[in-house]
Design a protein around this ligand. Structure first.
Ligand SMILES: [Zn+2]
Length: 450
């Protein structure tokens, strides 16, 4: 059986893995490259013929996992794309957004258009969690909750390879459990080959309790200073989680409620999908929904659904909070909010998401005193701080706990993917030294035999 890596090797974005036996060819994820260093790879050939791919397994709806699917379709793929039902709806929104971003940027050649997304949607095929599902005579799969974003799945894949059957496990992105909306990450037992993410390398996250108190502290400070608190957010999961946390702080923590504004039409659409799929929420939160509490709404909360909403909010007097995308500040409406608020000392910026190398968010998190937004130099006088507690990715103790449970059998090979090179290498070293696993950090465009 051959494994070919077409992205997210020694880097975080562009997830795409080809699995090939004598009888079948399928890929797991088909994501967009999103950091400046590797964006050009989006227009490269996949390195395989998309028309020969039998099917796709999609772990979740983040753009770095689903964002090249319309390119795959455009280049001849006509098979099924298997994922959870909520991933279908969320992926549609994420891919439409990517197509719009391509069209709005004069510096990039669109790799697909909104119409290609529409055609790609005809390939999606829902698979529920927890059921054995036969794709054909060669392959069966089972999805478990990865606890990363709503609908995210770990794929167990049993494949006939000649007379033998091999079991491959794809972690997708693993969650930072326990998280307030999604369920906890599930464990799987036994594999021949494991593909594991390594976004945070060997780091340990700040506890969620400490993260909550730091978020509360930032709100209290911004109220005292009569400033604006800007929180760059990813439209998917981080936005919903932060709305939930803010609601909780205002309701239960004795903090004066101030206006909160979500300036991201994509995040508003995603939040509507979250409301529709409340049956996927974890049990504690389900009880609140059962009591007819809207998790994503409180009195001072406003959203941009149409043009002009944004203007109305910017006229509101301080203190206030703005949530806007993109989460890594490499585009989107957050740029306008940063341009306006960074030069003023009584404002605050809170970085709560993963920041890829070279992104504006990374520069701010690392303490830049001046940044360039668009063509403009912007002085950073606002207080910028970072909270990693709200990450939707597992940290190293969680990764280790997850892989330790894969015992019957223990994997012969573990591919460490979806991490910056030095972080993936660090993870592989510990997997080798502490767990005795044959951990490999694969290379983009290379074929491995398993
Ligand atoms: Zn993800």
């Amino acid at each position: 059986m051959k494994i070919f890596f077409c992205g997210a090797c020694r880097e975080v974005t562009g997830s795409c893995i080809l699995v090939e036996t004598e009888k079948i060819k399928f890929i797991v994820d088909c994501g967009l490259f999103q950091d400046d260093k590797s964006k050009m790879k989006n227009s490269y050939s996949f390195g395989f013929d998309p028309s020969e791919i039998d099917f796709v397994l999609l772990t979740h709806a983040h753009t770095d996992h689903c964002g090249r699917l319309p390119k795959l379709y455009k280049e001849g793929f006509r098979g099924n794309i298997y994922c959870t039902p909520v991933t279908i709806d969320l992926s549609e929104q994420m891919m439409i957004d990517s197509a719009k971003v391509f069209l709005s940027d004069d510096n990039i050649n669109p790799i697909y258009f909104p119409l290609d997304v529409e055609k790609t949607m005809t390939c999606f095929s829902p698979v529920p969690y927890g059921q054995d599902y036969s794709i054909n005579k060669e392959v069966r799969i089972k999805l478990s909750d990865a606890g990363h974003i709503l609908g995210s799945a770990i794929f167990e894949v049993w494949i006939k390879d000649g007379k033998n059957e091999k079991k491959l496990v794809f972690s997708g992105d693993l969650g930072n459990s326990p998280a307030p909306i999604v369920k906890d990450t599930e464990f799987v037992n036994g594999a021949d080959v494991v593909f594991i993410e390594s976004t945070y390398g060997t780091k340990t996250h700040m506890s969620r309790e400490l993260g909550r108190s730091k978020l509360k502290e930032s709100i209290v400070e911004v109220i005292k200073d009569k400033g604006t608190l800007v929180i760059p957010v990813f439209a998917l999961e981080r936005t919903q989680e932060i709305i939930f946390e803010l609601k909780n702080i205002f309701k239960n923590e004795n903090v004066k409620e101030i206006p909160v504004f979500l300036d991201s039409p994509l995040a508003v659409r995603v939040t509507d999908i979250y409301r529709r799929y409340s049956n996927y929420f974890d049990e504690e939160v389900k009880k609140l929904v059962g009591k007819k509490d809207d998790l994503f709404y409180f009195d001072g909360f406003k959203m941009t659904r149409k043009k002009g909403d944004s203007l109305g909010f910017s006229r509101l007097s301080n203190p206030k909070i703005v949530l806007a995308g993109s989460g890594m500040c490499n585009g989107g409406r957050v740029l306008d909010h940063l341009k306006k608020n960074l030069p003023i000392a009584n404002n605050r910026v809170l970085i709560i998401s993963f920041q890829v190398e070279g992104s504006l968010g990374r520069k701010l998190a690392e303490g830049a005193k001046e940044v360039i937004i668009g063509e403009k130099k912007v002085k950073v006088r606002a207080n910028v701080s970072k909270i990693e507690a709200f990450s939707s990715h597992a940290d190293f103790p969680r990764l280790l706990a997850w892989i330790r449970k894969i015992k019957n059998p223990s994997p012969k090979n573990v591919f460490v993917i979806h991490g910056e090179e030095d972080l993936s290498v660090d993870v592989a070293k510990v997997l080798k030294s502490d767990l005795g696993l044959n951990a490999i950090v694969p290379e983009y465009g290379k074929v491995y035999e398993v």
